[in-house]
Write a protein that binds this ligand. Structure first.
Ligand SMILES: [Zn+2]
Length: 539
């Protein structure tokens, strides 16, 4: 052993290997971007030594649920993620992917995704081209094919079942994506046009996933008043199609649904006991983020953004919205305490209003909040994003404690400078992982440090089929997160979101290259595009 030479030696830290095992004092030796050895006092010759005494040394965190496909090309350094210890992001979620994009559908896809991806250039590409030309980034990225995108390509915003030819068109596009290396299919069953898809269409696509040993990631059809039926739908998909199901950003939204998380977790456990492969993930916050238009009833959004904006001018539309909200709460979010629970976060055409709630908007303008909302959406061309406070803290805590719920941010990579520093994003963009480790592990002691790390690394890798990431063991990729366990915590808040976590010694290594050195970004971009191989393994 002493004769061995390594490129980088992480010396004297408390090593959490990602399996859920407690930390042990050990060194980690890295050669050619991979872990060469883990053990006490390796005593190797090293090109570079990192003194990790006093630090926790964990596998780099795998953010299983992000929309960073909308920001990575313009923010390849991915500061808000790597500063949290994230080394891999899974992108293309909720039915939204920027590929495949057919040559005559570029405008359509751009218009459709603009509320989520206001700064991203769009172009025609197949999935192989998308993966092959993805820019160099600080983090590794695994891509999903979005079902809403497939539907847009083949049948636009049509509110009906696909014809046989249209379904075949979606299948071909999905197969191209899977052959190129996509990890699987994402659905956003609450957002049009994905919401128009019924079970036969979804199971036909699930059959393609099964043939390719690929996976299914679903934003449930309903996360509020119909959440339990939606969990049943996801479990039934896994049972019928025989593929792994990931319920993403799991929550029970709306005051009428608080407490249902425990019921859903029991259903997931029972399904697993029957052999269904299923996981969920959650972020540690009580507010969610959405395009403002999506909290309106689905009939308001029918026919696309232009049709919706025209419709919103009509007083009858507004009366019907008021009645629907009074009866059922907000679309997908359920009942909220007041219009002060809906806060404008990013507003491309009216940036001065970021941080204002819909109730405040109504008060300032001296009009009813629903009128204020409709006027605002028209002025902002439908592109407004909002934060909606609608989740119970007790449910968040239940998910943090559960071994069945992984940690995913549902946040994009952004930074505190440049284009991506605009607006008021959800604090989860900057704070998800340190919030779990600092607030819920250290301050609240809800779960042990090794279990929390497992829910960000080893357990996540298993859910994704990653075969050489998520654990610290010889031969595996050298993705590491080093942090001070007594100090590391989120500093990003709803009012002041562009804040990196506390911890001056945070150091992050991606594929053996130091990306964050004592809380400073090195500018290195060693991330790789992950590809699923036949048989389902991803590397
Ligand atoms: Zn979603």
């Amino acid at each position: 052993m002493t004769a061995m030479q390594c490129d980088l030696l992480v010396q004297g830290g408390t090593v959490f290997d990602g399996s859920g095992a407690p930390g042990v004092l050990a060194d980690v030796a890295i050669v050619d971007g991979r872990i060469a050895a883990v053990g006490a006092h390796l005593g190797m010759q090293a090109g570079e030594v990192i003194d990790a005494r006093g630090l926790a040394v964990a596998p780099g965190f795998i953010d299983i649920k992000t929309h960073s496909d909308f920001t990575l090309p313009i923010n390849p350094r991915a500061e808000s993620k790597v500063r949290q210890g994230v080394t891999t992001e899974i992108i293309g979620h909720c039915g939204f992917s920027v590929a495949p994009c057919l040559p005559d559908k570029v405008e359509l896809l751009r218009d459709y995704l603009s509320p989520s991806a206001p700064w991203l250039p769009f172009r025609a590409t197949d999935f192989a081209g998308y993966l092959g030309t993805f820019p160099a980034t600080a983090v590794n990225a695994g891509m999903l094919v979005g079902h809403n995108t497939l539907r847009l390509m083949v049948m636009g915003m049509a509110d009906r079942a696909p014809t046989a030819a249209e379904l075949q068109g979606m299948i071909w596009l999905l197969e191209e994506g899977l052959q190129a290396g996509a990890l699987g299919l994402s659905t956003g069953l609450f957002t049009a046009p994905g919401s128009y898809a019924q079970v036969p269409e979804l199971h036909a696509l699930g059959e393609v996933l099964r043939r390719h040993d690929a996976r299914y990631f679903t934003h449930l059809r309903d996360e509020s008043n119909g959440v339990i039926a939606s969990v049943e739908e996801a479990i039934a998909f896994g049972e019928a199609c025989g593929v792994h199901v990931q319920i993403v950003h799991f929550k029970c939204s709306g005051t009428d649904n608080w407490g249902k998380v425990s019921t859903a977790l029991s259903m997931i456990e029972a399904a697993r006991a029957r052999g269904v492969r299923i996981d969920c993930d959650a972020y540690p916050y009580t507010a969610g983020s959405n395009p403002l238009k999506n909290i309106l009833p689905q009939w308001v959004q029918a026919g696309g953004v232009a049709a919706m904006l025209e419709r919103l001018r009509e007083p009858a539309t507004r009366d019907r919205i008021r009645a629907d909200v009074a009866a059922q709460g907000l679309n997908n979010w359920g009942r909220v305490e007041s219009w002060d629970s809906v806060r404008i976060s990013i507003s491309p055409n009216l940036p001065q209003h970021a941080g204002t709630t819909i109730a405040e908007l109504g008060r300032v303008r001296g009009i009813d909040p629903v009128d204020a909302l409709c006027d605002y959406l028209i002025e902002d061309k439908g592109a407004t994003r909002v934060l909606v406070t609608s989740i119970a803290e007790d449910d968040v805590r239940t998910l943090i404690r559960s071994p069945d719920a992984l940690v995913g941010s549902d946040g994009n990579c952004v930074a505190d400078y440049g284009t991506v520093s605009q607006g008021m994003p959800h604090p989860r963009f900057y704070g998800t992982f340190p919030r779990v480790l600092g607030h819920y592990v250290r301050e609240e002691q809800l779960v042990s440090l090794e279990q929390a790390i497992h829910k960000m690394t080893g357990a996540t890798a298993r859910a994704l089929g990653l075969t050489d990431r998520g654990l610290l063991k010889p031969g595996w990729c050298a993705d590491l997160a080093l942090f001070e366990p007594e100090v590391f915590i989120d500093r990003s808040t709803y009012a002041d979101p562009h804040r990196y976590p506390a911890g001056e010694r945070t150091t992050v290594i991606v594929n053996g290259v130091v990306v964050v050195d004592n809380a400073r970004h090195t500018g290195e971009l060693p991330g790789k595009v992950l590809r699923r191989a036949p048989g389902g393994s991803v590397s």
